[in-house]
Design a protein around this ligand. Structure first.
Ligand SMILES: [Zn+2]
Length: 210
């Protein structure tokens, strides 16, 4: 059963709920449906179009929820599914300052990496290897990350999430959604245009003969 994006009355994204929960919100008039999922749910007496996006009818004040949770899925989304050192498909999580040398498991010290770079780097500092990154890693920001971090995605959500940050990553995740043959490759998110996508931060250009 697909999930449903819930927006505040102000249209800010609040999160993702189950279809059942969303239907209860709509049927109890606590939310209105903004987008249909294209699925129709049948009961004994009626047929109800299942929502894909709902908006609460009353504004809910949401307390500050702290930083975006650091998960493998969210990290790979932040780094576009690519190794920040060489641009290859990322398969592992690297601690920039190795944990064995006091590095912490925090957004500003973790990056997506390919197995080869991770293995080569081992427990060394970047300066010891002569490696560098174009940008230091940082925690993602923007309300859309509450949804991007869940990894649950639906192309119908795009216009509702785009104004709230994480646009590149969102586009990438949604591209993955639209091309099922590329999804679920161990959390690696494909580029939106295959090999021809632009070089992103921290990447080296791929040789043309690759
Ligand atoms: Zn690499």
């Amino acid at each position: 059963m697909p999930h449903v994006l819930v927006l505040n009355a102000s249209y800010e994204p609040l999160g993702v709920v189950s279809m059942r929960r969303a239907l209860i919100l709509v049927l109890s008039h606590k939310a209105v449906c903004l987008e249909d999922s294209g699925i129709t749910l049948h009961s004994a007496t009626s047929a109800v179009p299942a929502p894909s996006v709902v908006r609460l009818t009353r504004f809910v004040r949401v307390p500050y929820r702290g930083p975006v949770p650091l998960t493998r899925r969210a990290l790979f989304a932040r780094d576009h599914g690519r190794c920040v050192y060489c641009g290859a498909a990322a398969t592992s999580v690297d601690h920039v300052i190795p944990r064995s040398r006091g590095g912490q498991h925090r957004w500003d010290n973790v990056v997506a990496a390919c197995r080869r770079c991770n293995h080569t780097k081992a427990d060394r500092h970047l300066t010891e290897l002569g490696w560098r990154m174009k940008h230091p890693p940082a925690a993602p920001s923007g309300l859309a990350w509450r949804v991007i971090g869940t990894g649950i995605k639906d192309p119908r959500w795009r216009p509702y999430l785009e104004p709230y940050g994480g646009l590149d990553q969102l586009h990438q995740q949604l591209s993955g959604f639209e091309h099922h043959d590329h999804t679920d490759t161990g959390g690696v998110l494909p580029g939106p245009h295959g090999r021809s996508r632009p070089i992103r931060r921290g990447e080296q250009p791929e040789p043309l003969s690759a």
